[in-house]
Design a protein around this ligand. Sequence first.
Ligand SMILES: [Zn+2]
Length: 200
Amino acid sequence: MQDLTEGVARFQRDIYPAKAELFAHLAATHRPTTLFISCSDARVVPELLTQSEPGELFVIRTAGNLVPAYTPGSDGVAASIEYAVAVLGVRDIVVCGHSACGAMTALAENHDLSGAPAIADWLRHADASRARATAETGARKVDALVRENVLAQLANLATHPSVARALAEHTVTLHGWVYDIPTGSVEDVAAPGRQAARAA
Ligand SMILES: [Zn+2]
C-alpha cells in the first residue's frame, strides 16, 4: 500500500501540475471517444498501450474481457456499455484480449474450477468462444481461444440494444484487438494480419 500512497504523492507533485490545463477541462467535461473493454489482468493497461490521455477512454474491465450477451435485468457491464454508447456517444468500441490470459488458459486447459464457483459461472460467457476454437491443440490452443473469444465477445456486444442501435445508424465501429505482452504488438483480429495501429 505504501507504493500506492507514494504514487499518489508523486502524481500530485509531478504529473498533475504538468497537465493542469487538461484536468481543469476534464473537471466539467466527460466526452470519451472510445469504449475500451479489456481483461482485468494487471499487465494490460489500456491507457498505456494506446497512449491515451485521461478523458479519452471509457474503460470496462472484466475477467477474460467477457461481455455477457444482453438480458433484461440489473447488470453492471450492460449498464456501463449503455452509458458509454447511448449517453456519452462513443464512436469506437474495442474489445481487447491478450496473450497468456488466465481466464482463457483455464478454459483451454480445462482447469478444475470446482473451488471457484463464481469464476466457473462467469466463464460460461465464453462458451461460444470455446466452440469456435476447437480446431487448435496444445500451446496454440490458448492463443486461438484468446482470438476467438474477442470475436465472440464482439458478437455478444452487438446484442445490447444501445450498440445494436448505434451499429444500425453507423455511429459506432467495433474493433477486436489482441495485445501480445512479450512483444507489445496489437493485432486487429477482426482483420487478421493487420496491426491495430495501421487498421485504425
Ligand atoms: Zn486475461
